[in-house]
Design a protein around this ligand. Structure first.
Ligand SMILES: *Cc1c(COP(=O)(O)O)cnc(C)c1O
Length: 789
């Protein structure tokens, strides 16, 4: 990269765009100028990669979510230009870190599923794999979280406020999307995905909805201004936010419209490209294209593909279905019933009747296949795609898809043996496991440059950045005092940096000499932030009774967004904030423990928190967390796992050793045995500590004004609400084991050398969790694609 040309480009850009020199530009303007200058340097290579990919089979990853985070720092790391650009800016009296901090996160996702898609993009480019992503360019991401009066408040997330230098609008590749009541344009914005080393640049194509016409001239002329813009607004609503509230029919229609918009644009794009290169005989389509459906959100791609082949290309339904059965594969991310999408048939009929007809035909083909196999009507009923007026998206994906994968070994076993057992009996050969992974570039090289340098120094090269299994060699330093001390000192540095960041963003001071106990992830009952909170409340009571309790000073760090309509999740946030306040008000406790709930947990916040964590809390109810990827990021940064036998925790412990982690609580089998005679009230009656904690929810301890705001949580645990069983996620059953294990943590933490050894063993054994490994498995075992040379 040419330093001089970057500088010249930035000068020119600032003059042309802002009418000033770089010297007078704001930090946001510098960010935009620098990002655009980098784009100018990669466009040629991007073009070359695109061209090279067209000569072989490609995979297309369709996902409603991409949780990309910031682009600038990551792109500089992947270009291996980070230090050079830092120096270049220094010559201009600009601090690169400040410029990076200006960038808004591209938060086009909700949590792990969206971050996985982002890590897969990075790994595909790094591994030189011909993979393209398809997604939506939401004008506003999920939402921005703040706390007001001790509660979560949502605001619009304006990630585009400083512009979008990291995409190119491809007007010429526009397609039209037809709904029964409207026709709209889908305009692609292409985002470059720079592989590590910078030689390969893949594409993430994000679609934006736009109206056919900006406004109705005649209505406007008649001074009906709102009406003149109605069509434009209705169209732009389609890609305004991720997961619009679907509590009403209007909301459901909008979500369904959004899903169809994504898949129709993407499938039309693929078919158009296929025809350009291979003509209009679709027999070979599957030789050139594999399509991965990330969860059920893009499953309408299947009937849309069939519709195009039948209605526009004149193929028979049977033939089109046969082709679809070689093209699509589906990833299952959850067994939670509420997350397995089932859409009302009448909504589909209303928005796209032709697509619904095709789904009926697919269902009929499935039934015929099962009849031929001799299945009874009762049995066939378990497989139906359309059942009781609802369309089961997962059923359609499994029937038509040629592969279905779970995202961790345990999760895939649960799919095969219980949740999808009947499908596994029908198509055992379709089921595969692909344990999730994370990109070491963002989660170590970028987020923890100090630890990266130490690793490179000790391993003698930076090859590990592209082959994370090389970290295994670090195990030879497990008795090396110099390495162990440097590990501790790096952790301390990262804790100081986080403390500064929390001071700046939250106005809260935390002590970098305390143990940082971290639970960061979406707020959901199954993830059991509430169990962690109950433990902290118990510890509060113990410290009040005995201020000399022998524990290290601890800072409990939480980060989580609650979905806006998820009332109980919001109550949990409120409860944790209340516990934090209670502790701050109690002199004999507040110097021992502190609770911080950071606002607006995001990728860029995760990059600060994770390297600073001493302990990784992964405490989901066994069987509920399909994989988890936060657990992997924390492991890679040297935090032992405090967790249940769930999701990828099982594999993390198998790699790094039970003795280097803190595993507690009920396992899947235990829960299955307990399920039918579980009575949480018994635990409450028998354990005074648990009783004291739960009573504090309702006796005014946490709610001095006695508003009763935590009564719902209390009742959900002890008596059950709205036909739910009490304590559906087994918090009370796991409380005792949690407490015993946390005591063990405190005991272990006293021996800092031992702790550093556990940390080292986690880092050294995290190689299996690189998304490079995961994506290579998708490539060879599902898609049948290989790296370009
Ligand atoms: C990795 C990540 C997640 C997923 O965390 P889990 O603990 O696996 O649920 C969610 N949000 C962000 C911002 C992340 O970076």
């Amino acid at each position: 990269m040419e330093k001089q040309s970057i500088k010249e480009y930035m000068e020119m850009y600032c003059k042309m765009t802002y009418g000033k020199t770089v010297k007078h530009a704001t930090t946001a303007e510098v960010w935009s100028a620098l990002s655009t200058a980098i784009m100018s340097q990669i466009v040629d290579r991007w073009y070359v990669t695109n061209k090279a990919y067209k000569s072989q089979k490609m995979a297309f990853y369709i996902s409603a979510e991409y949780l990309m985070g910031r682009a600038l720092g990551n792109n500089l790391i992947n270009l291996q230009e980070y230090d050079q650009v830092k120096d270049l800016l220094k010559e201009l009296n600009i601090n690169l870190n400040e410029v990076e901090e200006m960038e808004e996160d591209a938060a086009l996702g909700n949590g792990g599923l969206g971050r996985l898609a982002a890590c897969f993009m990075d790994s595909s480019a790094t591994m030189h794999l011909p993979v393209q992503g398809y997604g939506l360019r939401y004008r506003n991401g999920l939402f921005k979280q703040c706390f007001k009066n001790g509660e979560q408040v949502e605001e619009a997330d304006e990630w585009l406020k400083y512009g979008d230098p990291w995409s190119i609008r491809k007007e010429a590749d526009m397609v039209y999307i037809n709904f029964s009541d409207m026709k709209v344009k889908a305009i692609p914005y292409d985002v470059p995905i720079i592989g590590f080393g910078g030689a390969t640049i893949n594409t993430l194509r994000l679609w934006q909805a736009e109206p056919l016409c900006e406004f109705d001239f005649n209505l406007y002329n008649n001074q009906q201004y709102d009406k003149a813009l109605e069509q434009k607004n209705r169209t732009e609503d389609i890609t305004r936010v991720l997961y619009p509230n679907d509590s009403t029919e209007q909301g459901k229609l909008l979500r369904l419209r959004q899903q169809y918009f994504l898949v129709s644009a993407s499938v039309q794009d693929m078919v158009r490209d296929f025809k350009r290169r291979h003509g209009n005989v679709f027999d070979d389509f599957a030789k050139w294209h594999a399509v991965q459906l990330n969860d059920t959100h893009p499953v309408l791609a299947i009937p849309e593909f069939i519709r195009i082949l039948v209605d526009e290309e004149g193929e028979s339904f049977e033939k089109a279905l046969g082709t679809a059965r070689k093209v699509f594969a589906y990833t299952n991310h959850t067994i939670l019933q509420e997350a397995l999408e089932k859409w009302d048939a009448y909504l589909m009929q209303k928005l796209f009747p032709r697509i619904y007809q095709i789904i009926e035909q697919i269902d009929a083909a499935l039934v015929q296949e099962l009849r031929e196999k001799g299945y009874s009507d009762d049995r066939i009923n378990m497989y139906h795609i359309i059942k009781e007026g609802k369309v089961h998206m997962a059923h359609m994906a499994i029937y038509v898809g040629f592969a279905i994968n779970g995202v961790a070994k345990l999760h895939t076993e649960i799919l095969k043996n219980t949740e999808l057992h009947h499908w596994y009996e029908l198509y055992p050969y379709k089921f595969q496991n692909k344990t999730n992974g994370i990109t070491p570039r963002r989660w170590l090289v970028l987020a923890n440059q100090e630890l990266s340098s130490l690793i490179t120094e000790k391993l003698g090269s930076n090859e590990w950045m592209m082959d994370l299994s090389l970290l295994k060699q670090l195990t030879k330093f497990v008795e090396d005092d110099e390495v162990l001390e440097r590990l501790q000192s790096i952790k301390y540095t990262k804790k100081c940096q986080l403390a500064e960041c929390i001071k700046a963003r939250e106005g809260i001071e935390i002590d970098p000499n305390s143990l940082f106990d971290v639970q960061v992830k979406r707020l959901h009952e199954y993830k059991r932030q509430l169990l962690n909170a109950m433990y902290i409340l118990d510890l509060y009571f113990r410290l009040k009774e005995n201020p000399n309790l022998d524990i290290p000073k601890v800072t409990f760090i939480f980060g989580a967004k609650a979905f806006p309509g998820y009332y109980r999740a919001k109550s949990v946030i409120k409860l944790i904030l209340a516990i934090g306040d209670l502790i701050n008000r109690t002199p004999e406790v507040k110097d021992k423990i502190q609770v911080v709930f950071v606002t607006n947990y995001s990728v860029s916040y995760a990059e600060r928190i994770i390297p600073a964590a001493d302990l990784s809390k992964q405490i989901s109810t066994a069987g509920k967390e399909a994989s988890g990827t936060g657990n992997m990021k924390l492991m890679l940064n040297g935090a032992p796992t405090f967790g249940t036998y769930d999701g990828a925790n099982v594999e993390i412990v198998a790699e790094s050793g039970e003795e280097n982690n803190f595993i507690f609580g009920l396992r899947v089998e235990d829960i299955n045995n307990l399920r039918n005679n579980y009575n949480p009230k018994e635990y409450y009656d028998k354990s005074p500590d648990l009783k004291r904690v739960l009573d504090a929810f309702i006796d005014g301890t946490l709610d001095p004004a006695n508003t009763g705001c935590f009564r719902d949580l209390y009742e959900a645990l002890l008596v059950g609400k709205n036909w739910e069983r009490p304590d559906q996620y087994y918090l009370l059953a796991d409380f005792k084991a949690f407490k015993a294990m946390q005591d063990k943590v405190f005991e272990c933490y006293k021996d800092r050398r031992k702790w550093a050894q556990m940390s080292l063993m986690n880092i050294a054994n995290s190689g299996a969790f690189s998304s490079d490994r995961t994506i290579m498995q998708y490539a060879s075992e599902i898609w049948g694609i290989s790296p370009i040379s």
